[in-house]
Design a protein around this ligand. Structure first.
Ligand code: HEM
Length: 366
């Protein structure tokens, strides 16, 4: 008998490991018509693992101090063995994560899987999206380049327009009147500790909700009927479905491989696309570089702020849009999930995507 089997028998006799594995792998059945969009959750879990490992490795050499931060990142890029690889994986990876997050959210929107009984899954997921954007924002400052400094100055300045407490909010975010050591300190603490801890907790809540409710049956094909919202708890079973392992895991693995390949393709062949020239100059509070733009996923917000006559109005519209999205399952309450039978909401989503793209392109070229 091999050592592996002996160890498995030992653990099984004490903890019933095989039963847990069977329940969650081979006997965990998914809907027969499950599609590729459902792999995006596993893609996100993998990409976050990559961010955590690369982030920990960067921490070994990064110094969160305004005198040293820029130089420490240069050292990682030029002197530390494979430092350039780890740094590029982390910086490019953040962009791929946001892309996968948006796609995951879109699939949930179009298939109506945010509806009862999955409202809480949506809320936890949406908070994860906001937190991910927060991690990107705080991470952006850490290299202490001109880009970091001025992008953070502009981003924090927009809170100034909040009536009465605007100035206090800006001071709170920056730790002082200007972006400086105190800003770097708090952004560093949030980026490497505060946000990741909160994030891990939310991922657990999200996965707990997904597992308890059961994966939703895709709203396509004959025989799909809207189900009334439950009044007592019921796990959605898929008798005669396909086993999660090995069938769906193989599909998950293929799509994960696609996203990881995309990440490495950018890292090796186009690493510059996420680094404008201002990312290669150390921060200088006295020189404003021309044409500082936020990352692509914040361009819509940047352009919205510019479009309104008052920045406060621009900010208010964004807060309203985000709140509406967060509360979406409580606003769109019909049990119908087939996209063709929800023309109002599906049109709103298509227009929303078109607006997001139009504002982003406009923001990029403005
Ligand atoms: C770090 C971020 C996230 C991770 C790791 C994650 C992970 C997952 C996983 C593993 C699943 C099950 C398989 C699947 O349907 O893909 C899932 C389902 C789901 N996610 Fe996420 N997710 C994240 C963010 C989001 C966001 C931003 C939203 C929406 C705003 C969201 C809403 C949902 C919903 C409603 C389901 C249930 C789908 C169904 O049963 O049909 N998630 N998520």
């Amino acid at each position: 008998m091999g050592l592996g089997k002996k160890l498995a028998d030992y653990l099984d006799a004490r903890l019933g490991i095989r039963e847990i594995l069977e329940q969650n792998l081979t006997r965990y059945l998914l809907p027969r018509n499950i599609n590729t969009w459902y792999t995006l959750g596993s893609v996100l879990l993998t990409l976050f693992a990559v961010q955590i490992v690369s982030g920990i490795l960067l921490l070994i050499y990064y110094v969160p101090n305004t005198d040293e931060a820029f130089r420490s990142v240069q050292r990682i890029m030029n002197e530390v063995p494979f430092g350039w690889l780890i740094r590029n994986i982390h910086a490019v990876g953040a962009n791929i994560v946001i892309l996968a997050l948006l796609l995951h959210m879109l699939s949930v929107l179009f298939m109506g899987s945010y509806k009862a009984p999955r409202e809480l899954t949506w809320v936890a997921g949406f908070l994860l999206l906001l937190l991910s954007l927060g991690m990107c924002l705080t991470g952006y400052l850490l290299p202490w380049s001109q880009l970091s400094f001025w992008a953070t100055t502009v981003a924090t300045k927009s809170s100034e327009e909040i009536p009465l407490i605007g100035d206090a909010v800006v001071r709170f975010l920056r730790g002082g009147a200007m972006v400086g050591q105190l800003t770097l300190g708090r952004f560093f603490a949030l980026h490497v500790m505060g946000f990741p801890l909160f994030f891990a907790m939310l991922v657990l809540i999200h996965l707990f909700c997904v597992r308890r409710a059961g994966i939703s049956r895709p709203p396509f094909g004959p025989g799909w009927q809207p189900a009334e919202p439950p009044t007592v708890f019921r796990h959605e079973e898929h008798h005669g479905g396909i086993p999660f392992f090995p069938h769906y895991v193989a599909k998950d693995a293929a799509i994960i491989a696609f996203f990881v390949s995309l990440l490495f393709w950018v890292v090796f062949f186009a690493p510059g696309i996420f680094f404008p020239p201002a990312a290669f100059e150390p921060a200088d509070p006295f020189v404003t570089p021309p044409g500082i733009k936020p990352e692509w996923y914040f361009l819509w917000s940047y352009q919205t702020l510019k479009l309104f006559p008052s920045e406060f109005l621009g900010l208010a519209v964004q807060v309203l849009a985000v709140t509406l999205l967060l509360l979406l399952p409580f606003l769109d309450r019909s049990p119908e999930r087939r996209p063709a039978r929800r023309p109002l909401f599906v049109t709103a989503y298509v227009l929303g995507i078109a607006l997001f793209i139009a504002l982003s392109v406009w923001g990029h070229y403005s």
